[in-house]
Design a protein around this ligand. Structure first.
Ligand code: LMR
Length: 334
């Protein structure tokens, strides 16, 4: 009898061990915060990364994308990344100056890149990598560059010559180079977070702005700006960044899979950014509320002449080494 009871208890113990609910490891969560709409070059690339990261890691990583600044706005998101409240961001390159890494403002120089091909000579090469490495002292690891596009000016009065922006209050991102660019045109630069721009244009707190078409369209700025001139005077793109400690502490196999997902997302982003901006330009034109004009070659030359002095004035801020390296990579001639 005693022996029988012992056998039952033994069997129970075995079956308890055998039937214990399998321990399911919690997925590693990557919170990816950004400030633009989903259907933009950055928004779509973030969704693409999420999909591939989750597929490649077979669900061991879960990427939560928070678009439209719903979690954090411009400057807050940088703090959140450093504190580890989010793990991944893709701020525009104009937003690294306030962090103390002023070299990134080289990307804001007017007319430094003649198009995406020129830009990629920097972002796909050693100069771009060296810039990303400068983020490490801030506890940030730079993973990739994602394109958006070239910026155009908009306002409620026509813009055909540099003088047309004189005295206008123009919203800019937090970059000293962009401030200088607006001053060079006689405009009054107003640094403002992205999420405030529509309302500021609507209420007249600012007169105009500069943006790639995708941001202009998805933020519905066409409702509150009568004129846009395709100037392509400067570039706006992103650095995809992660909290360095988080990244380095990931299991090596997971990190490798995420690197593959990031590489694929980067190819996707940089192949689709132009198409996306071109499509949005058609939508802005179709809105009928913003008149879109393109500069003649002579008008473009006048803007370029007015804005090139920004390069020399900002060399001290950006750093001569970075400035020279970028100019050399793109074969820049005054
Ligand atoms: C802006 O503030 O205008 C842009 O940096 C927004 C963005 O992320 O494209």
């Amino acid at each position: 009898m005693f022996k029988k009871a012992a056998q039952v208890i033994g069997a129970l113990t075995m079956s308890t061990i055998f039937w214990a609910a399998p321990v399911v490891a919690e997925p590693i969560v990557i919170k990816f915060s950004h400030v633009v709409a989903v259907d933009t070059p950055k928004g779509n690339a973030a969704e693409f990364f999420k999909k591939r990261a989750e597929e490649l890691t077979k669900g061991k990583v879960k990427v939560e994308v928070y678009p439209n600044g719903q979690l954090y706005k411009d400057r807050e998101e940088m703090d959140a990344l450093q504190f580890g409240a989010v793990q991944m961001l893709a701020p525009s390159l104009a937003k690294f100056g306030p962090l103390g890494i002023k070299d990134f403002e080289v990307f804001d120089l007017p007319y430094i890149f003649n198009g995406y091909e020129d830009l990629h000579k920097v972002t796909d090469g050693p100069v771009g990598r060296k810039l990303l490495d400068k983020l490490e002292i801030k506890g940030i690891k730079g993973l990739a560059y994602w394109d958006n596009g070239f910026k155009s000016f908009s306002a409620n009065t026509p813009i055909q010559t540099p003088d047309d922006l004189k005295g206008k209050k123009m919203r800019i991102q937090p970059s000293t180079v962009l401030e200088e660019q607006m001053r060079e045109l006689g405009a009054i630069p107003q640094i403002m977070p992205f999420f405030e721009v529509y309302q500021a244009l609507q209420t007249g707190a600012v007169d105009g702005t500069e943006n790639p078409i995708s941001n202009f369209y998805t933020q519905k700025m066409y409702e509150v700006q009568k004129y846009m001139t395709i100037t392509n005077h400067g570039y706006l793109g992103y650095a995809v960044i992660v909290n360095k400690k988080f990244w380095e502490e990931l299991p090596a196999d997971i990190r490798t899979q995420l690197e593959i997902a990031m590489k694929e997302a980067t190819d996707y982003a940089n192949k689709s950014a132009k198409t996306s901006n071109d499509k949005d330009l058609q939508s802005v034109k179709a809105s009928g509320t913003t008149e879109v004009t393109t500069l003649t070659p002579e008008q473009r030359a006048a803007f370029r002449k007015a804005l090139i002095p920004v390069h020399d004035k900002m060399t001290g801020r950006i750093g001569k080494d970075t400035m020279d390296a970028v100019r050399k990579a793109v074969g820049f001639v005054d």
